[in-house]
Ligand binder design. Structure first.
Ligand SMILES: *Cc1c(COP(=O)(O)O)cnc(C)c1O
Length: 397
């Protein structure tokens, strides 16, 4: 007679084959069983035909990958442990010693830090370009350029570039483009098909940490492609680097995805209302929000996102130069509903003051403003309550 502990571990169980419910089942595994040695030897981890090992995918991770590829209009998707890991996967998969990567000066900061650190250590050089000047990018493309990053809108300063022009310059030279599509979330514009032209980027990375998770409680990233060969290259590196993700987190993102579009619209509506209100305040020199006239790149936003009329829940303000850093810090401290914290995409509104002078390379594009910059991420609170919070903190200035 076997002991109960053995029977407990070997308890008969087969997952229900036709269990229909709103949410897909959650399958957690490192080990995956094979019926026999022949099956073990025949199984190929590079495709989604079968399962070989938890690191290479489970029915649950494949489901999220397929849904994200659909969302962004791609064919294939890989999940990684964070948005930053999505950026590093692309760089490690496509670059080798002697290559050069071009990164916009207003890119998500850690992308530049990776280039300054590991990529430089591996003999891969990088150059920054002015995202608002496609001629600057075109002039910096060389035979060594193997990857160009694009981002819309730019990090913190929110400039909206002429994406079709940037991507077009790269395509002419046969250089692969990768978009950090966290802001657009696959909703504001189609990353692989700008305005129905069939033209777009080669790779779209997305910090699922933001809107797809929507809760401020999950870290995850995705890498979506249309090109099977590119996907194979990314999948090989993904496998060799051992990028695993917790299936519990995958379940959370799957649960949040159906409300993504509704939440995105609500974040957007609140952000635009507050951004327009702040434009009318004497304390504020400029509001940086791509959907607002007068914001850098507004015309480009209109051309690419006019059909969706979507612009996420993020914007920044430049305080009038008479307010110093200390006063602006105090303004942030006085906010009650807005919490101080990095990241965005969750239900709670966030605020971060930035010293933008330190974040931009003067040799590429000089930051034109004198005052201190503050970035807001608008959550899902009532907009009147958020406005009242901003008003009391401004009054205290
Ligand atoms: C947050 C963010 C990332 C990184 O995502 P993590 O999951 O925090 O690593 C990358 N790009 C952009 C534009 C982001 O906002």
């Amino acid at each position: 007679m076997r002991k109960p502990i053995t029977d407990l571990i070997h308890h008969p169980y087969s997952p229900p084959a036709h269990f229909a419910a709103p949410q897909p089942g959650v399958y957690k595994a490192s080990t995956v069983f094979f019926a026999d040695v022949a099956a073990m030897r025949a199984r190929d981890w590079r495709t989604k035909v079968g399962y070989t090992y938890g690191l290479h995918g489970t029915p649950t991770t494949f489901t999220l990958e397929e849904r994200l590829a659909t969302l962004e209009g791609g064919a294939e998707c890989l999940l990684v442990p964070s948005g930053l890991a999505a950026i590093s996967l692309v760089s490690f998969a496509l670059l080798k010693a002697g290559d050069e990567v071009l990164i916009p000066d207003n890119a998500y900061g850690p992308n530049k830090a990776l280039a300054n650190g590991e990529l430089a250590n591996f003999g891969i050089s990088h150059r920054l370009y002015d995202a608002m000047n496609p001629a600057d990018l075109a002039a910096k493309l060389s035979d060594r350029t193997k990857l160009v990053w694009v981002e819309a809108a730019g990090s913190v300063t929110m400039e909206f570039p002429d994406l079709p022009a940037l991507v077009g310059a790269c395509r002419e030279r046969g250089v692969i483009t990768a978009l950090d599509n966290t802001w657009g979330a696959g909703l504001a514009f189609a990353p692989f098909d700008f305005n129905g032209t069939g033209q777009g980027v080669d790779i779209s990375v997305h910090a699922l940490t933001k809107y797809p998770s929507g809760g401020g409680d999950v870290l995850m990233g995705s890498v979506v492609t249309r090109d099977e060969r590119l996907h194979r290259a990314l999948k090989l590196t993904h496998m060799r680097m051992g990028f695993g993700i917790g299936v519990g987190d995958v379940e959370t993102v799957l649960r949040s995805l159906p409300s993504l579009a509704l939440r995105y619209q609500a974040h957007d509506r609140g952000a635009r209302e507050l951004a327009r209100w702040l434009e009318g305040r004497v304390e504020i020199a400029q509001v940086l929000h791509p959907a607002l006239e007068g914001s850098p790149g507004h015309a480009h936003w209109l051309r690419l996102c006019g059909a969706s009329d979507l612009a996420a829940g993020l914007f920044s303000v430049v305080f009038d130069a008479r307010y110093g850093t200390e006063q602006v810090d105090r303004f942030c401290d006085r906010l009650a509903l807005f919490r101080l914290g990095y990241s965005w995409g969750g239900p709670i509104s966030l605020v971060v003051p930035y010293d933008i002078g330190l974040m931009r390379d003067a040799a590429v594009a000089r930051w034109p403003h004198k005052g201190t910059l503050v970035r807001f991420s608008i959550g899902l609170e009532d907009v009147d309550d958020l406005r009242a919070d901003l008003e009391q903190a401004l009054a205290a200035l």
